[in-house]
Design a protein around this ligand. Sequence first.
Ligand code: HEM
Length: 124
Amino acid sequence: MNYLAIKHLHMTAAVLSILFFVIRAYWSVTCSNKLQLRLVKTLPHVIDTVLLLAGITLAAMIGPEQPWILAKIVALIAYIGVGTIAIKRGKTPKARGIAALVAVAIFAYIVGVAMNHHPLSWLA
Ligand code: HEM
């Protein structure tokens, strides 16, 4: 697969990732039992794995030793950590809702980093 194809795969996975996250976060805040559906539990992991693997492949192709790529990796870890509070670990609906908003903000930061190739994201 060439660079552009992998980049499109990466971007498609990014869109699906945030879409699924927002839907699951909504179900988490409203205490819906749809979160327990098998597909709802597994599909996000498949999408996020594709997102990460495609990102790592792109990084390897253009040379990974760039501050903005490091910033994306660190922010991705934060997105996952805060995301698990929003979906699972948050004790109250309010805590899960706040964590969901923080996770969406981190995601928006990552997209800005990707587009501007700069750790300052949208401010660069
Ligand atoms: C939630 C996580 C991520 C999101 C939302 C995301 C989003 C994006 C988007 C939207 C682009 C296209 C930017 C553009 O050219 O307009 C992109 C490109 C890219 N991403 Fe990610 N990404 C994520 C994680 C990662 C990770 C973890 C890595 C590296 C390990 C990575 C490496 C790259 C690289 C190398 C490009 C290509 C940049 C270019 O050719 O201009 N991404 N990403």
